[in-house]
Write a protein that binds this ligand. Structure first.
Ligand code: PFF
Length: 464
């Protein structure tokens, strides 16, 4: 089985694909609105700390398990000799399906904005509410997006995923850098940057902490076996530590750049009054078209279309990885041919996304889907799926995987797998840090934050 398994063609191919999975709507759509939602620079700081201190060791572990077993997240636990832990893989697949179902909807919005701004329709920003409730139109964009995702995944690892990422990722980096430079030249850019970079520690509360943690896991594609899956296609010669470091750096780096690009635009539009800034899913969609319009009809149209094309590219390399997880499972475990697995699963997840598609006003039931205990306002289906799929299940997955590695599979087995591509690993400082993080820091911090998040978000019990 393992002998016939396809592989990324080299280390760069793997890093491009994994960074492609990591960099997505999470960085460019979600990160700026989470910053604006609460915390400003304090949120940025928490996010960066979580990425490097907690998430990086989890990433190393996931990739190592994938590469050791050459299996999907469910089969991996059986291959290691612990079939009882298969539930963790199943949990990951469920989280991935939840996430892709709403992610594809937002990716469709972004793709539609690319079309609208290419046509010079700057009014789309003020019409965002109507736009997302024009179900026929956003539904069609979501269909196109899922088709593109399924097409790439159906072409397999090196011919599809790797090839697309190697082109899309550097293009994206180039586009974002151009936009950062451009946004810096706008009036009031400085106020935006100050809001983004000078932390007000009084802004930190528990909500900022758990949002930053959820954001770090979501952004790095951790906690659901995406990197076990990608790791299963990695060569034994690759150095997992340096690959993980590069993936973490690119992801945090692009989120950081997205903020640098976004906040000068926000400050420009609000005439420097950053106190009035409020985040939310419509953040970039409502704000940016107006900002692009004021740049001028031709350049603004170009910059605007470029921006949303960038967002769609970033989303595509992530939806690919989200779909690849259940597909690898179906191919490995259920012995279904890749091309059938891809189209069937894509259709299933698309259908699961329909309630998200209609939950921004179109359907009363899905717009007011659930009211958490202790909350007055109802939560829409699309938000509920995010709260469960990404904010809850991903940190839970991260917590359980560190417990599994430290106390069941054992640290020396992890070390052995890392050493196959990095013979000098033993005795390094990084080895000691990963040992400490996997055995103590991650289980304790992730476990505690997970429990408190559950209480705070869903049951109205606010401990802090
Ligand atoms: N990391 C992606 C983003 O930031 O947009 C989202 C994501 C992709 C989460 C793949 C989880 C995953 F497995």
């Amino acid at each position: 089985m393992a002998a016939g398994r396809s592989k990324f063609s080299n280390k760069f191919g793997f890093i491009a694909a994994a960074a492609g999975s990591a960099v997505g709507l999470g960085n460019i759509w979600k990160f700026p609105f989470e910053v604006a939602n609460g915390g400003g620079a304090a949120f940025v700081l928490m996010y960066l700390l979580f990425c490097f201190l907690l998430c990086f060791p989890v990433m190393v572990t996931e990739i190592a398990i994938g590469r050791k077993t050459q299996k999907n997240p469910v089969g991996a636990f059986t291959a290691l000799g612990f079939p009882k832990w298969r539930f963790l893989g199943i949990l990951g697949i469920i989280a991935g399906i939840f996430i892709l179902s709403f992610y594809n909807v937002v990716a469709g919005w972004a793709f539609g904005y690319f079309v609208q701004l290419s046509l010079g329709n700057f009014d789309i920003g003020s019409q965002f509410g109507e736009y997302i409730n024009n179900i026929g139109r956003v539904g069609a964009y979501a269909v196109v997006f899922m088709l593109a995702t399924a097409y790439v995944v159906s072409r397999g690892i090196s011919g599809g995923i790797e090839k697309a990422s190697k082109i899309l990722m550097p293009t994206l980096l180039g586009m974002i850098i151009i936009l950062v430079f451009y946004s810096m030249t706008l009036p009031h850019a400085f106020e935006g940057i100050a809001y983004y970079l000078i932390p007000q520690f009084s802004e930190i509360n528990f909500k900022v902490v758990y949002n930053a943690l959820g954001q770090a896991f979501f952004s790095l594609s951790l906690g659901m076996g995406a990197l076990i899956t990608y790791g299963s296609y990695v060569s034994k010669k690759d150095n997992i530590i340096s690959s993980s470091a590069l993936i973490t750096l690119s992801d945090a780096g692009i989120a950081f750049l997205a903020g640098l690009m976004m906040f000068p635009f926000v400050a420009y539009l609000s005439n420097g009054d950053m106190a009035s800034v409020e985040g939310g899913p419509g953040f970039i969609f409502t704000i940016l078209p107006g900002a692009f319009e004021s740049i001028g009809p031709v350049v603004g149209r170009l910059v605007g279309a470029l921006f949303f094309l960038l967002l769609a590219f970033a989303a595509l390399t992530s939806t690919i990885s989200l779909l690849e997880v259940p597909v690898t499972y179906a191919v490995d475990e259920l012995k279904i041919e890749r091309k059938y697995a891809v189209w069937f699963i894509a259709l299933f997840i698309f259908m699961m996304g329909v309630p998200s598609l209609i939950s921004s006003g179109d359907s009363y039931f899905f717009t007011n889907f659930i009211t958490y205990i202790g909350n007055e306002k109802a939560t829409s289906f699309i938000d509920f799926v995010q709260h469960v799929g990404s904010d809850t299940l991903l940190p839970l997955g991260g917590f359980l995987i560190t417990i599994f590695t430290a106390f069941v599979w054992k640290k020396n087995n992890l070390n052995k797998e890392i050493e196959t591509g990095y013979p000098g690993f033993k005795g390094t400082l990084i080895e000691k840090y990963i040992d400490f993080a996997i055995s103590y820091l991650c289980p304790v911090v992730l476990g505690v934050i997970f429990l408190l998040t559950l209480l705070d978000r869903f049951f109205g019990v606010h401990m802090f």
